[in-house]
Design a protein around this ligand. Structure first.
Ligand SMILES: Cc1ncc(COP(=O)(O)O)c(C=O)c1O
Length: 393
């Protein structure tokens, strides 16, 4: 594997630093020792964790930089509630409401926006209701709908990979009696393309007004295009709109699990009974700090866009076109089946996106650090040169 592995020594140092950052007190060290953990440092870890650390991780659209100091400090502070059920929550719901200019009754929390999506499925797709959305889109949500035995009407993307809003309106009208939920991922995963604010209005004005629309804004923070806008203002209008947001992307809290929905009170009341509400004290405090730390998020957005543009340009110079993106990932057209290429990247220590049929020749690549993107380009040149040689040889 070409990946530079993190040495065990370096890794243990890293854990020590991390534990230092979460402020373990001497009593905690005793507690740790009693469980076979020496000096608050876990005994050396073998295999899977070291291997994972060595990969360039460009598969899951994560933030490679980790939470900023402001968020780490807030979470460290909240560690004192680790042993409590009924802890203060840092005021997270009020902070989200303030952030969007809505009332706390318009907000529901979840362990990631994935849970919000699932809750919407359970709330709006029971009793043989149908889901309507673009294809491809965030397929994990479609898998949940399928598990609920809901039928899905999938509207193919346009040739330029944008979502086909007129066709979605038509499908909603034609199936008005059956459709229980419309899913609009904006910007869309896996393509990275956005739906403009005019198109969102066209959709909402065109469909029967009682059909709820779930607008997934997981990648909202990376958009730099004035034709786009959040759909939260539709909530003020009392439209049947649920906006899903996550702390997993720009806020770098994917492993901590926090997301939320903003929606009219009547929809929140229907959804709330299906939420699990199992969110850790730590991430609630982290979420408040993340919402306030706009400087760190602006920096992540800037470096991400710069690296995305550079990588797409480098790929174009090699003859590989990418789909325009407004997110922290993009799709490159490999002009050959993507599945074996994904495996070859892994062998070279680079994790890239899963397949997204029917786009069987497009590879989804998340934007990592500058070093990870260099490793991606190195592996890309190698793999694609080999494949061209094999084809012509
Ligand atoms: C479009 C979209 N929605 C929702 C999610 C779920 O994110 P999380 O549950 O981490 O908030 C993801 C994760 O990749 C996503 O890409």
């Amino acid at each position: 594997m070409a990946a530079s592995r993190v040495s065990r020594r370096g890794f243990v140092g890293g854990v020590a630093t991390a534990l230092g950052a979460i402020g373990l007190a001497p009593q905690s060290e005793l507690w740790a020792r009693s469980r076979g953990v020496v000096g608050a440092i876990p005994l050396p870890l073998s295999g899977p964790e070291e291997e994972y650390d060595g990969f360039a991780k460009l598969a899951n659209n994560e933030n490679p930089y980790g939470p900023p100091d402001s968020v780490m400090k807030a979470m460290t502070h909240a560690m004192k509630y680790a042993n409590r059920y009924g802890y203060p929550d840092g005021g997270i719901v009020d902070e989200i409401a303030k952030h969007h200019g809505v009332k706390p009754e318009n907000v529901v929390l979840a362990a990631g926006s994935g849970e919000i999506l699932d809750v919407c499925g359970t709330t709006f797709l029971q009793n043989d209701r149908v889901l309507l959305g673009a294809d491809p889109s965030y397929n994990i949500f479609y898998a949940h709908a399928t598990a609920l035995k809901a039928d899905i009407i999938k509207v193919p993307l346009l040739p330029d990979f944008r979502q086909d809003i007129p066709a979605t309106v038509l499908a909603a009208r034609r199936n008005a009696r059956d459709v229980g939920l419309i899913y609009l991922c904006n910007p869309n995963n896996p393509t990275g393309r956005l739906v403009t604010k005019d198109e969102v209005r066209q959709l909402l004005d065109g469909i029967p007004e009682d059909i709820p629309v779930l607008i997934d804004e997981a990648y909202h923070h990376f958009v730099d295009d004035p034709s786009y806008a959040t759909s939260v203002p539709y909530v003020f209008e009392g439209r049947q709109v649920i906006v899903a947001r996550t702390f997993s992307k720009i806020a770098a809290l994917a492993g901590m699990r926090l997301g939320y929905a903003v929606a009219p009170k009547s929809l929140i009341q229907r959804m709330r009974p299906y939420t699990v509400a199992s969110i850790s004290a730590i991430v609630k405090y982290g979420g408040v700090a993340a919402l306030r730390d706009t400087d760190s998020q602006a920096w992540v957005k800037k470096v991400t866009i710069e690296l995305r543009q550079k990588t797409m340009k480098d790929l174009a110079a090699l003859g590989y076109e990418s789909v325009p993106s407004d997110t922290n990932f993009f799709m490159v057209n490999l002009k050959r089946p993507v599945v074996p290429v994904i495996d070859e990247f892994k062998k070279k220590g680079v994790l890239v996106g899963r397949p997204f049929p029917p786009l069987n020749e497009h590879l989804r690549v998340s934007i990592g650090t500058a070093d990870e993107m260099s490793r991606f380009m190195l592996a890309f040149r190698d793999i694609m040169a080999q494949r061209t040689a094999a084809k012509t040889g």
